[in-house]
Design a protein around this ligand. Structure first.
Ligand code: DHB
Length: 294
């Protein structure tokens, strides 16, 4: 059973990527995920950032709520951390305040990674993320495309996803990654106070999966570039659902919290069994099936 897939020019041994932000700050933690088809780094910017205070992550009934605040050592130090890393494909997640900063960070990380993921969707970091203005997306994507020779993906959240993806696709993005966490909050009713130090955070996990599947379905119907699905995946069935919606590959983040660090090899085994028992020869055969049925 063949699990190979590709996202544009990026070839993967299986469709599973480690999503940005989960156990991916250091070379050693990322190397634990060499079973994945690709690993996405923690988002990195031009300057070192400490991030928000604690609590920065809490478990809710149907998912996780986090607001880390883009902690990172700055791209120059981070490139040293990545040197010599042994994973299948390494994707560098980057953020910036404008086109010039995105292009600069992309150029600095290019030699250490196989592709770039532009983070335009962190739901609580102002213009470093979902607040990055839609009308500036095209200019930023063009600037990064002109600066590097590796594939450039753009990670978007569920809000205004079609308008933002249109800007990215028009400017030459090689793929859209959707979705990021959903802006959310939790209040402790005994103290009457918000629980997260940052008050607002991003919600991930099983609760957001139907939102992600809907976005992937609509994006892959509308645009000719590949879509990578992310949001709430914890099982092979979730992967299949995203791929039938049109995803060429998927990312897993919170799923590691629920199923442990072997989730990538476990899901690969489950995918093979499911595809075999349903008479498929290759995972590529299911991409967009739900769309074609319309
Ligand atoms: C963080 C959260 C995100 O959802 C994201 O896309 C990037 C960074 C964070 O809190 O660090």
């Amino acid at each position: 059973m063949c699990l190979e897939t590709s996202v544009g020019l990026l070839k993967m041994k299986n469709p599973l990527m480690l999503a940005s932000g989960i156990l991916d700050m250091t070379r050693r933690t990322m190397e634990n995920f060499s079973d994945a088809g690709a690993v996405v780094t923690k988002s990195v910017g031009m300057e070192k950032r400490k991030g928000y205070g604690n609590p920065s992550v809490i478990e809710l009934e149907h998912g996780l709520l986090n607001a880390m605040g883009l902690p990172n050592p700055g791209v120059e130090e981070y490139v040293e951390e990545l040197r010599g890393i042994k994973v299948s494909n390494l994707i560098g997640s980057i953020f910036g305040k404008d086109a010039d900063e995105f292009a600069l960070v992309a150029r600095k990380i290019e030699g250490a990674v196989n592709a770039i993921e532009m983070n335009m969707s962190c739901p609580h970091a102002g213009s470093y993320g979902a607040g990055f203005p839609t009308e500036m997306i095209g200019e930023a994507v063009s600037a990064v495309k002109e600066s590097v020779g590796i594939p450039v993906f753009v990670k978007l959240g569920s809000e205004n996803v079609m308008e933002r993806a249109a800007e990215a696709a028009e400017a030459g993005a090689d793929a859209i990654v959707a979705i990021n966490t959903v802006r959310a909050m939790k209040i402790d009713i005994e103290t009457s106070l918000p629980v997260l130090a940052n008050i607002v955070g991003g919600y991930s996990g099983p609760a957001i999966k139907p939102v992600g599947v809907r976005c992937v379905y609509e994006l892959s119907k509308e645009f000719d570039i590949p879509v990578v699905g992310v949001g709430g995946i914890t099982s092979a069935e979730d992967v299949i659902e995203y791929m039938m919606a049109g995803a060429s590959a998927v990312q897993i983040g919170s799923g590691i919290y629920y199923r442990g660090e072997n989730i990538f090899s476990d899901i690969c085994g489950e995918l093979k069994t499911w595809l075999e028992t349903h008479g498929y020869e290759s995972i590529k055969d299911i991409i967009g099936m739900a769309r074609k049925a319309q």
